[in-house]
Design a protein around this ligand. Structure first.
Ligand code: F6P
Length: 350
């Protein structure tokens, strides 16, 4: 009997989503399975909106950013009493043997609960540019975002040098500083400010002041959107929460640039990289990584092994329980922070 498989992509898009669908589809279609795409993440299952994937040109698709299925942050557990029965009904209507969910903590968290509470046959794949998912070394999309941020900082150095300025560059990452840390270190930023290390603006200014006195013409300050900024013991970062209960972010780089210029008299500008970090084509690594994850997810489906996520551990593609992936957020490790201490502690630090 033909195996019928549904697939959805949820949460913020990330370069490599189409490659992940491609890896999954190639393996499944070769096994004569039927693949049905749900549109706009979990919303597609709640509203029963589908897109056939039987005749896509996956070979061409895998190079493109975004997701051909569309995505949304909707989650059936936001209003479980109404939404979970809708999801279960859609699964039944399509007589699905498996559901592959490609996403981050929110998307995979819902998949894990549906598996444990309703025995939905799910398989997961880890996607987020933030790289904040446990049980996998990396998520696809992360290195593409790092590449965008690194190149931006590299390019900003020349204009910063020309005008003898500080350039404050804001990277995505509400809870975890992975993008900021990798890009900041790779671009030789003078300071790297991440949510894992609260920042005293006075200390930062003091250290940048010393740097300037020592003859530096420019400085790059890489700051995560979720960095916690303190001044005179007060937290300047927003304590307001959004509709999903997350701290509202935005404005970290602008605040810092204003403070640096006011405190030091050193001309400072800020750049918010924003969604450029999620846009465009995935780098080759993410394409191959996502293809491999997709192929492993297909294998899990064909072997009828559910409740797992395909993941990367020490360079190998492995299977991990979904529950382990969503148990906690993966933030920058102490080991990483120690290894690059001089970047996180602004130059000449206390
Ligand atoms: O989680 C991925 C992410 O890109 C975060 O880094 C960022 O804070 C958030 O999504 C932005 O979400 P939205 O696309 O809804 O503005």
């Amino acid at each position: 009997m033909t195996v019928r498989v549904g697939v959805l992509t949820g949460g913020g898009d990330a370069p490599g989503l189409n490659a992940a669908i491609c890896g999954l589809a190639r393996r499944l279609l070769a096994a004569n399975a039927e693949l049905i795409g749900f549109v706009d993440g979990w919303r597609g299952l709640m509203e029963d909106r589908t897109r056939s994937l039987q005749h896509e040109n996956f070979q061409h698709l895998l190079v493109y950013g975004g997701t051909l299925l569309g995505s949304s942050g909707d989650n059936p557990y936001r209003d479980p009493a109404t939404s979970v029965p809708k999801v279960l009904a859609t699964l039944q209507r399509h007589r699905l043997d498996a559901l592959v969910t490609i996403g981050g903590e929110g998307t995979l968290g819902a998949a894990d609960r549906l598996f444990r509470e309703h025995q939905v046959p799910v398989v997961g794949m880890p996607k987020t540019i933030d790289n904040d998912l446990e049980a996998t070394d990396f998520t696809f999309g992360f290195f593409s975002a790092v590449e965008v941020a690194t190149r931006a900082m590299d390019d900003l150095r020349s204009t910063a040098d020309s005008h003898s300025r500080v350039m404050v560059v804001e990277c995505m990452g509400r809870h975890a500083g992975w993008i900021t840390a990798y890009a900041g270190v790779a671009a030789g930023a003078e300071a790297v400010l991440v949510p894992e290390r609260p920042v005293q603006i006075e200390d930062l200014c003091q250290n940048l002041g010393r740097l300037r006195q020592s003859g530096a013409r420019s400085a790059i300050v890489a700051v995560a959107e979720g960095a916690r900024l303190f001044e005179g013991g007060n937290c300047l970062s927003s304590m307001e929460k959004d509709e999903f209960g997350e701290y509202k972010t935005g404005g970290a780089a602008a605040t810092l640039a204003r403070r640096i210029q006011a405190n030091l008299g050193w001309d400072a500008r800020h750049v918010v990289l924003g969604h450029l970090q999620r846009a465009g084509k995935p780098i080759a690594f993410d394409r191959i990584f996502a293809l491999r994850l997709g192929a492993r997810a297909a294998r899990l489906v064909l072997e009828r092994r559910f409740g797992y996520m395909a993941a990367m551990r020490a360079g190998e593609i492995v299977e991990v329980p979904l529950q382990a992936a969503v148990a906690a957020r993966k933030t920058l490790t102490g080991q990483f922070l120690d290894r690059y201490e001089s970047f996180f502690m602004p130059i000449g630090g206390p």
